[in-house]
Design a protein around this ligand. Sequence first.
Ligand SMILES: NC(=O)c1ccc[n+]([C@@H]2O[C@H](COP(=O)([O-])OP(=O)(O)OC[C@H]3O[C@@H](n4cnc5c(N)ncnc54)[C@H](O)[C@@H]3O)[C@@H](O)[C@H]2O)c1
Length: 325
Amino acid sequence: MKKLKIKSVLLLGGLGFIGYNLSKYLLEKGLNVTILDSKNVSSGYNDFHLINLKKERVNVIEDSIGNAEKYKEQIKNSDCVVDLAALISHYDSMRSPLFDIENNTIEHIKFLEVLKNFKNKKVIYISTRQVYGRQEKFPVDENSNLNPIDVNSINKYTTEMYYSLYSRYYGFPLTILRLSNIYGEGMHIKDKRLSFIGWFFNRVITNNPIELYSDGSTLRDLLYVKDLVRTIYNSILVESTGIFNVGSENSYPLKFIAEKLVKLNPKSSIIYVPFPDELKSIDIGSFKPDISKAKEFLNHKEETTLEEGLKNTYDYYQKYKGYYL
Ligand SMILES: NC(=O)c1ccc[n+]([C@@H]2O[C@H](COP(=O)([O-])OP(=O)(O)OC[C@H]3O[C@@H](n4cnc5c(N)ncnc54)[C@H](O)[C@@H]3O)[C@@H](O)[C@H]2O)c1
């Protein structure tokens, strides 16, 4: 596989969960990293990430991507842009749709209006498998119908389309990664707004019961963040572009995942409660992605078992929970 010569990367939204892990990985690989992040309090932004990255060789700009006009020099000096900037709560997006549209779409169009002037930068937009909505046939590949069922997913899909349009019209190479549920060190565990797995960890770390909606049989694929950032790194370097599902080959019932967590801390437990109506109507149900395209073109590999990933994450929060709870 031919590798591109990429020395410096601009990470939009680099102070959140995935951006923090990706920044550290890119630094280890010897790349220069610049972060543009608005420190949005509704997101997984964390001061601990900012403090730690500032201690490393990371140039951090604390501003919204919509103000990119001020940062043309930093864009010019980057060989690649990875756009992770987002609000990720589906529940919040139903309550504050305009706030979600602003951060997940409008600010990205403002950024694209500046980016269009710089040719030949590799651009990666981080999207979500939520754009598929509820599916009946599994596994779900990249050609499946898109059927976003909440405000956040509609806005992520819209932004995918803007990126594709600008890539075609202004001629820059674009990769879109549609991520499944990502978990690991640094994810938001403070409340249940951002992800079910973050909330499961909160419950286990604080010796509380994990609440499962209905019977816990919904299937989800979980990908450990360290396996994800390696694949994002590969997608930065390879010539291949296009749309890729990035997730795990194994989908497990939520009950099975909760049981693994309770084994890590038997002071926690599982209780079954009815599915809240406001969540049920935007729930996509079970999911199984087809990740063969990412395996072939991005060398996507899962090197961490679910047990190892859950244990590493649990140990991290035992040590650093003060920064996250
Ligand atoms: N975490 C997951 O399980 C998951 C799953 C699917 C897709 N994704 C996608 O991955 C990306 C990163 O997710 P994450 O879990 O790291 O989220 P996160 O909430 O932890 O981090 C997002 C970061 O974006 C920043 N941000 C938000 N709006 C911004 C703006 N206008 N300008 C600059 N910065 C802004 C926030 O301050 C935050 O630091 C998102 O695009 C998300 O949709 C995540």
